[in-house]
Ligand binder design. Structure first.
Ligand code: HEC
Length: 82
């Protein structure tokens, strides 16, 4: 019984540290994307668009989302396509 508790506890710790590790990999730019670009619709992922279409959309959405010039640039750069 005690062993089972230990197992459950270590499983929980693993899960929690895994979760926070996930949050840490989110770059600041991805944070902006997640926070400012999900107010009106679900998260749109840069990799689902061509570079050109992504840039076009980010520029269109920038005003709606209240992005700074620097944020616009870094969010456009989240699309790694050429
Ligand atoms: C004020 C509300 C609002 C905010 C904030 C917003 N969007 Fe949008 N977005 C919309 C609406 C409405 C549409 C669908 C109509 C359209 O395409 O204009 C849309 C559509 C899109 C599309 C899809 C276009 C397509 O045809 O596939 C993308 C990509 C997108 N938004 C990205 C973003 C990004 C990136 C941000 C953050 C910078 C953002 N949106 C913030 C309202 C918003």
């Amino acid at each position: 019984m005690k062993k089972l508790h230990l197992l459950a506890a270590s499983f929980l710790i693993l899960m929690i540290s895994g979760l926070s590790a996930n949050f840490n990999i989110l770059s600041a730019d991805q944070n902006v994307l997640q926070q400012k670009c999900t107010k009106c619709h679900a998260l749109k992922l840069p990799e689902n668009y061509t570079k050109k279409a992504w840039k076009h959309n980010v520029e269109r959405m920038a005003q709606r989302a209240g992005l700074t010039e620097a944020e616009i640039k870094s969010i456009i750069d989240l699309n790694k396509k050429n």
